[in-house]
Design a binder for this molecule. Sequence first.
Ligand code: GUN
Length: 300
Amino acid sequence: MTATLIDGTAIAKEIRSEVAEGVAEMKTRHGVVPGLAVVLVGDDPASAVYVRNKERAAGEIEMLAEVTKLPADTTQDELLRVLKKLNAADRIHGIIVQLPLPAHIDEPTVIEAIDQRKDVDGLHPANIGRLVAGRPRFVPATPAGIQQLLLRSGHDPEGKHVVVCGRSNIVGKPVSNLLMQRASGSNATVTVCHTRTRDMAGITRQADILIAAIGQPQFVKADMVKDGVVVVDVGINRIDAPERKRGYRLVGDVDFGPVSEKAAAITPVPGGVGPMTIAMLLSSTLKAARLAIHPELIGG
Ligand code: GUN
């Protein structure tokens, strides 16, 4: 079998244009421009690229995007003060702090300082709790993007065995919770593998849908998947490529060539999950703006 490519660039474009319609409607009906604040601490080059892409994508759909860049030696208290101001700002409906943060800053403390009604990353314990309880408000962008990629490419997870490799707070944990929900677009049987899993290949070979979110370049090999599997590759790893002008190339967590010969469908890197993350973040920001106008929708 040779895999069909799941085109994240095209699906993300479709979602961004749906969000753009919502943004335009919000302006005409309520005179409100949805506003996203992005906070970047330090000078990690990959993070700088992600933040630039988020800012550009928001601008393209006429959403307000406000980027706050802070130096790497910013103290935790200084960062918390910035968040307090953004929490109180009426023009800002969604706030994200780009991760990872410098080592001297405690990530959970920072995430918990974001107003849960503006937590468009869905990483605040209140929003994670709502997802686990089956009453989601903001779902983390990458898991939400993975679900949309599957649905819009005709691979509804319902009844399927989904194997998730990775247990991070940003991807592995929320995507496994999302896809096991009793809800349309979910209803999967989910197994989570991680660094301490014994015989990982024995488990991944049982996957109808395999989600690789490990952070190791080309970790998933062809002998770890069954024929006809649907593969979602969340990894974005830079590996040396001296022949390229920039000196590196991007590869996923999946050994793309050999795996794509066995898979029914697979996401490429780049052009798979990456663009979806941004599209879903914009969608959550529109939702946050709607919630600010209709607080009764928030519930509990
Ligand atoms: N860094 C990598 N992915 C993400 C994400 O989804 N949200 C944030 N805030 N930082 C990230």
